[in-house]
Structures are given as C-alpha cells and as structure tokens.
Design a protein around this ligand. Sequence first.
Ligand SMILES: Cc1cc2nc3c(=O)[nH]c(=O)nc-3n(C[C@H](O)[C@H](O)[C@H](O)COP(=O)(O)OP(=O)(O)OC[C@H]3O[C@@H](n4cnc5c(N)ncnc54)[C@H](O)[C@@H]3O)c2cc1C
Length: 389
Amino acid sequence: MPSPEEIITDLNLSEEQAAVRETTRQFACLELQPLAAEIDQTQRIPEHVWKRLSELQLLGAAIPQDYGGLGLSTLCSITVVEELARVCASTALAVGAHTGLCASPIVRFGNENQKQMFLPPLALSGTIGAFGLTESGAGSDAGNAKTLAIQKADKFVVNGSKIFITNAPIAGTFVVAVSTSPKAGAQGITALIIEAGTPGFTVVPGSEKLGMRGSSWGELFFQDAEVPLANMLGVQDKGFGIFMETLVGGRVGIGALALGLATAAMLDSVKYACERRQFAKPIGAFQSVGNMIADMAVGVEAARNLVYRAAQLRDAGLPHVRECSIAKLYASEVCMKTCTDAIQIHGGYGYTKEFPVERFFRDARLLEIGEGTSQIQRMIIARDVLGKL
Ligand SMILES: Cc1cc2nc3c(=O)[nH]c(=O)nc-3n(C[C@H](O)[C@H](O)[C@H](O)COP(=O)(O)OP(=O)(O)OC[C@H]3O[C@@H](n4cnc5c(N)ncnc54)[C@H](O)[C@@H]3O)c2cc1C
C-alpha cells in the first residue's frame, strides 16, 4: 500500500511552511486524532485541546509577533487549518474562525490601542475569537444587516441579533457588523469589537448541526448593550468593506480546510481500496473504483494549487479576490465529491460510524455554504470575469 507521502504531491513548501506543517501535523496526529470522533459525538472541543493550541501558538499564527503571535504569512497560517482538517474539521473550523475571521480584521484594520488590547489575549491567553455578520434575515445579503447601533456620547448602544456564529458560546472577543446608518444599507455598516460579558449582550447556543458538530456556534442577542466608541474598527459607516475583505481571506482558509478534509478522505479511500477484497481481488483493482480514486487525486492536487496560489497572491499584495473565490468554490466542491465517493468506496461500512468517512461527509457539506455559498462564489467570479455589463 502506498504511503501518504507517495500519494500527495508536495508543492515546494518554504522552510517556514514546512516547519509550521510539521508542528501542526505532530499535534494533529498524536493528540487530536484520537479525540476527533469524541469531539463530533459530544459536540465540543475539550478545553485541554484549546490550551494545547494556545501553547503551540497556533491560535496566534497570523497575529504579528509584536502582539504575541507568530506573524505568519497567509500561506503558512492556512497550513495550520489544512493540517487540523486532516484529522478534525470541527477543530479546523473553530481555529479558522478565531484566526481568519476575528484576529485578522483587528490586525488589518485595528488602531494601535485596539491591537494592544485585543490581540495578545487572542494569541496567547486562550481568549477565543468570533465573527458576527449573519442575521436571520441577512445571510448571503449581509449588507442588509439590521442590528442597530446608535451613538450616545462615547458609546454605541446596540440592539439586535446575529445567528450561526461559530465559537459564540466560548468566545471572549467578537467582531460584529452593526448598522449605524440604516437608510444607507451596506454603506451604513460599522464594525465593532464587542467583548463577552458586556451588559446587555447574551449568547444562546445554536441548534444541533449536521456536521462540524464539535465546532460550537450560537446566536448573539444585544439589548441596549453599550459598546465603547473606542471599540469601533476603522471608520463609522465604512465597515462593510472590512467584512468583505475579511471574508476574502476567510475563503482561502475554507479552501485549505476543504483541502485537508478531502486529503483525509482520499487517503482513507486508498487504504480501504488496497485492503478490502471482493471477487478475490483488492477492490482498488476494479476500474470503476480506481476511477473514483483517480478523480480524488486530480481534484485534491488541483485544489492544492488553487488554494496555495490564492494565499500567495494575498501575501504578495496582488489582486486576489477572484482567486480566493475560485479556490474556495473549487476546493469545497472537490471536498464534497471526494467525501461522497469515499463513502461509496467503503460500501456499507462507509455508512456506519465505524469509519471516519461518515464524519468527513457530514463535515464537508458546510464548506459549500459558510463564508459565501457556492452560488455567491460563482456570482463574485462571474462579475469579476465579465466586468461591468
Ligand atoms: C456551520 C456554520 C457556521 C457559520 N459560521 C458563521 C460565523 O462564524 N459568522 C457569521 O457571520 N456567519 C456564519 N455562518 C453563516 C453563513 O455564512 C451563512 O449561512 C451563509 O452565508 C448563507 O446565508 P444563509 O444561511 O442566510 O442562506 P441564504 O442567503 O438565505 O441562501 C439560501 C440559498 O439561496 C442562495 N442565494 C442567495 N442569494 C443568492 C443570489 N444572489 N444568487 C444566487 N443564489 C443565491 C444561496 O446560495 C443558498 O443556496 C455559518 C453558517 C454555518 C452553517
């Protein structure tokens, strides 16, 4: 049976990326993998897993060193997500939301005081981050957010709610989209950093999910919650751009998550196809099974190229909005197809909880929905390719 190293093509990894990958892989294989099924069943990531992630500085991967992080490039920090996803997609999603959706906009748009106040706890002290954009009536159309913030002296008074917020029940720091000029729609959105424990701000755990069950989520409720003006990220009424920019980066993270999960499903499928015998042969010897494996290998390799390239463009400061959407769209659809075929290759056993491919299949489904559905990615790509018609 071929080893994983023989199956997966390694692109030229930089020394730094290889080192980050090694640290994460060691943790993922030795400490996280044995817990992955339990994390799914119990619907929670144990505290000691968060503690280890913090000790290994993986929660501060993309946070600059001046604020307690590792200061890694996008390419290196998505490697953390990819490696975690190879064993536990729920943990990868939770870490991706913390790093890519909460810490990242503070790094990019925060002023010095905000960076000094909020980044070190996110990098080092186990404070978990969350990103509150979606509302019950504003999902794909996020610019329609109705959570209202009215300025009163040196505070905003916030009223409204958010739904589907990853990490909400365990987070200490939230980056939240509020409407400060309701008549202006998306042009009246402002980004606020809101801390757990703010009077008038409560979190209600979300309903049970199909997949990514270990990653907690919840609804945010604001009732006359007073948020200091000093917690405004960027400029009043100009927050929509902050959320859209954050989602561009988040998409390459979801692409990396999809890549890690698809790789895991492919490796398990190869192992099973080599070991399982029917008609006196390993099932991998049958052409229709081999074809599924071939499609997995093609998809995973193409996805890896697209995801890494999008990350490199972002790191280089070159245009990358279209490329991040392409990477997210392609990698998530390849991941779903790979996980579906992984179940097929495992036959009846694939339909049981005896093999992880059942969990992979459920987890994969989220990737075509979160951080912009596949339909929205196609819309972004088409607009960019077609230009203004
Ligand atoms: C597990 C999970 C975790 C999440 N975590 C977070 C989080 O941390 N923070 C956060 O803010 N949000 C989060 N979300 C919300 C997520 O980003 C939204 O679910 C997603 O953007 C889609 O919004 P919606 O669910 O309201 O669907 P809708 O926008 O109602 O879409 C329903 C369907 O209509 C289609 N559709 C809508 N508009 C168009 C259009 N213009 N053209 C073509 N098709 C269209 C969609 O593609 C979809 O198929 C999470 C969601 C899930 C499931």
